[in-house]
Design a protein around this ligand. Structure first.
Ligand code: HXC
Ligand code: NAP
Length: 310
């Protein structure tokens, strides 16, 4: 379902007209709402993910909710696995051929699950790191090469987590990979600043989404850091609203924020400063609770795998 109305956005209609934005993992969750906001404000938005069907459905749904007659741009769904550099290259060829250079990239695609670190296999680590750490870098590199060769500006926004500062117990491959992308952003903000290619990060606290809940609160309702019904550890006592994140992303993507470069903005109600940002409370879980969590996560993974077209 489309999420936003014009009253949810703090920007004037048409703000993003002429902008061309790619959002990885834009078929669901936070990526989808960022795509919706950019689309509503007039941008051409490309969304990519492994499940081709989900991409097509989301693009269709967002365009139906926000027609061009109301000032919206276009939304195009493309099946692409960002773990595969050749697939990224093909996707970017398609986008460039569809109207020219992107003006912005959102590195949003991710994989994650809670697990005791001693239960991880190398393949389990790779399942996360190949998406978040390697995939986000490959995508950034391919876009950057094109922008530099054509002398075009670009705004790259990477969706991280506050674990880049606090650490992420029980989500170590994700926390390590996100921290790596934070370092990528800081480094390239300097290296590519003279090319007018800039890098900023958003570090969200909990924004309940289907994908996140299935992997981080798999048995639903346990007393964990992933139980978003108990937000007593959050200074503001609540989870994030999708529109709050969408407005921040639009700001960072728009050319009028061009002097903001190399920054990471947390959007978590000051939760991580209060020590409530991660899964430390899972230390009390029993063997049986970990078994149930793993089985529930793997059932979700199997269902998603069956939908992938690439
Ligand atoms: C331990 C696990 C496991 C678990 C999988 N593995 N789940 N290990 N505990 N719970 C291991 C498997 O045993 C296997 O290793 C390896 O990981 C690959 O497993 P597959 O199930 O084959 O993986 P795959 O189908 O490729 O799925 C990839 C995935 C999946 C990353 C595991 O979760 C996915 O596609 N996720 C995409 C969406 C997503 O995760 N969204 C949440 C983002 S939320 P072996 O050695 O056994 O073969 C987020 C929020 C952060 O990031 C902040 C919140 C505040
Ligand atoms: P989500 O709905 O599961 O989104 C993840 C998306 O990534 C999916 O659409 C998935 O699509 C895509 N993806 C995964 N692997 C991919 C690959 N190899 N190639 C291309 N796309 C891939 O979860 P979400 O909660 O919206 O998370 C979005 C981002 O926000 C992630 O970076 C997450 O770490 C971050 N975040 C979320 C929260 C939160 O509370 N929700 C908090 C902090 C940070 P396919 O399966 O079709 O590939």
């Amino acid at each position: 379902m489309a999420e936003l109305t014009p009253d949810d956005l703090m920007f004037k209609p048409g703000l993003m007209a002429g902008e061309r934005i790619l959002i990885t993992g834009g078929g669901t969750g936070l990526g989808k709402v960022m795509a919706e906001a950019c689309l509503m404000l007039g941008a051409d938005v490309y969304i990519c993910g492994r499940r081709g069907g989900v991409m097509g459905e989301t693009a269709k749904e967002l365009m139906a909710a926000h027609p061009a007659s109301e000032g919206a741009g276009r939304c195009v769904g493309i099946a692409c696995d960002i773990r595969v550099p050749e697939a990224i290259s093909e996707t970017l060829d398609t986008i460039w051929a569809d109207g020219g250079a992107l003006t912005g990239l959102v590195n949003n695609a991710a994989g994650n699950f809670i697990s005791r670190t001693q239960d991880l296999s190398p393949r389990g680590f790779d399942a996360i790191a190949n998406i978040v750490f390697r995939g986000s870098f490959f995508m950034t590199l391919d876009c950057g090469k094109r922008w530099i060769a054509e002398g075009k500006p670009g705004s790259v926004v990477s969706i991280l987590t506050t674990w880049i500062w606090s650490g992420g117990p029980f989500t170590v491959p994700s926390a390590m990979s996100k921290a790596g992308i934070a370092t990528m952003s800081q480094s390239l903000a300097v290296e590519w600043g003279s090319h007018n290619i800039r890098f900023n990060n958003i570090a969200p606290g909990p924004f309940p989404t289907e994908g996140m809940s299935a992997r981080l609160n798999p048995t639903r309702g346990e007393a964990t850091g992933g139980n978003y019904r108990d937000m007593s550890g959050n200074p503001m006592g609540r989870v994030g609203e999708m529109r709050e994140l969408a407005n921040l992303a639009v700001y960072l993507l728009h050319p009028l924020s061009a002097y903001v470069n190399g920054q990471t903005i947390a959007i978590d109600g000051a939760s991580w400063q209060a020590g409530g940002g991660g899964f430390a409370s899972l230390r009390s879980w029993t063997e049986d609770q970990w078994k149930a969590a793993r089985e529930a996560i793997q059932a979700t993974n199997a269902k998603d795998r069956a939908q992938r077209t690439v």
